[in-house]
Write a protein that binds this ligand. Structure first.
Ligand code: ADP
Ligand code: NI
Length: 197
């Protein structure tokens, strides 16, 4: 089942440029399982929800986003019982609130949401942010702070806030390390920008 969900997600993300590529899905899957093991969550629900968490993403698939139709279709076709499908869809629906509104109502949801957020910070998060900005021809940084679409601005709008929005103890611990790395990166970035280092 896990292997099938991986293949399904890989096919959906082939050629996607929205920052929701298959590599992101695999990282979230690995991290969600690690958190779930430490937190004692249901590993099957977490694994499938992580693998399917972005297949109905609003940016990628606005027409299926509301009912998570791709995820549901995949699970039904593979004979997953309706109870389990409901639990998985609940996890996916609750984590995809962008920007941290809404705390997931289940431990499994908390694990997958934490894993998804961790992927936006640390070294990977920095790389994703600049890849995203580059794909939209955005400026890396505006020292005057007027360009609100610059990638550095995104650190302040979102990335630096994520550490305080983690749900699980494991997630909080990992986020603290990654957040420190973000702050170090910014300090070095500004120093190099100004020709100081
Ligand atoms: P999610 O759906 O998980 O909340 P998003 O779709 O908002 O994530 O973002 C996907 C990735 O693209 C993340 O790594 C995020 O930091 C990055 N990203 C989103 N918006 C911007 C932006 N304006 N500038 C730079 N990176 C961005
Ligand atoms: Ni995601």
């Amino acid at each position: 089942m896990i292997k099938k969900a991986m293949d399904f997600a890989e096919r959906i993300f082939a050629g996607d440029g929205s920052g929701h590529d298959f590599d992101h899905t695999l990282r979230v899957y690995r991290m969600a399982l690690r958190i779930a093991e430490e937190e004692g969550a249901d590993l099957d629900i977490v694994a499938l929800a992580a693998l399917l968490h972005d297949v109905d993403d609003r940016k990628l698939s606005p027409e299926t986003c509301e009912g998570k139709k791709r995820a549901v279709g995949f699970l039904q076709e593979n004979g997953v019982n309706s109870d389990t499908i409901e639990r998985i869809v609940q996890v996916i629906s609750e984590i995809s609130f962008s920007e941290g509104r809404g705390i997931p109502s289940t431990l499994e949801g908390m694990c997958v949401q934490d894993a998804d957020r961790l992927d936006a910070i640390g070294a990977i998060g920095i790389a994703r942010a600049f890849a995203f900005g580059g794909s939209r021809d955005r400026r890396m940084h505006d020292p005057k702070g007027l360009d609100k679409t610059s990638t550095i601005q995104h650190f302040y709008d979102k990335l630096l806030l994520l550490k305080d929005r983690m749900n699980t103890e494991t997630g909080k611990r990992l986020a603290a390390q990654r957040d420190a790395y973000l702050r170090e990166f910014l300090e070095e970035f500004y120093a190099e920008w100004d020709g100081k280092r």
